[in-house]
Write a protein that binds this ligand. Sequence first.
Ligand code: BG6
Length: 324
Amino acid sequence: MISLRHCSHQSLKYLFTRSASRGPLADFFNRLIGTHIHQSLKMPIEQTDSDVTLSHAGSSVKVLLHGANILSWKVNGREKLFLSEAAILDGTKAVRGGVPLVFPVFGKATSGPTATLPQHGFARLSTWEFLGQTTEDPLTVQFGLGPENVSKELQSAWPYDFTLIFSVSLGSDTLETSLSITNPGNVAWDFQTLLHTYFYIPDVNKVAVTGLTGVSVKDKVTKTDYSETSKDVTIASEVDRVYENVAEPVSITSDGKTLFEITRKNLDDVVVWNPWTNCTKMGDFKPATGYKNMICVEAGSVSKWTSLAPGETYVAVETVKALL
Ligand SMILES: O=P(O)(O)OC[C@H]1O[C@@H](O)[C@H](O)[C@@H](O)[C@@H]1O
């Protein structure tokens, strides 16, 4: 295991002790970023048994070890993510809100090696290791997941070797997340991945998603495929669409003013989801009117499978800038 030495209670100052690291995930992490690790950094990071919170100049981000699920992102003290009041945070279920991580399958596969995995795969159902801080400016921490962190049942459902490193960087008005996916094994495997971000919005009736004009859509509600004609994609009923190969940066606006700018690397697709009043069918979605205050704009690589040969790494990055 990676050794993190607590230098004080609650508000911690970590020392990342490379020589004390054990296990394949820790070894991989050492090789990957070892040269960038700052020894003895004192930093605004707080850890409990279940989560890690970074704070910087009025902004903060809180990450639950279960799923490495971001639960909260605040800019100038104002919450930017939607988290259901009934979200289950004890590790028995995926979190309804924040930023769940989808890997190695998006949705439910009907055939192929991921067909026996639950919807959206196992990354959001597993407890990640906190690996520590990598840089001070921007304030960045990393979390890791390997087969040893996944339940026996899920491991046997997808029996491949893998290393996931999730990096979270907090800027004054930006949140950058990066998922590095490595195949350390001897056989190639295919994956899909996605950052299932639940944005907090003041009023769904005023919100639009821009940057999607002319993009091919797979509409899961109408079960049709078409090309998006709207400049502003608005929400007035249940929406569940996969926008494929989105070239432009995507923004979320409210009353014509930009709330969020989203840029992506190696995350070619964008899913737009709002369950509308169907949210009441989900036991962990509260309040029942919560659909008015959320929109999922999910950066992913989901319209195709990416094959990762032994030794290969795929790095997917999303940067979100909050403007209001
Ligand atoms: O309830 P889950 O498994 O978290 O999924 C929520 C939604 O996630 C979206 O990404 C999918 O496009 C939807 O079809 C799905 O309903």
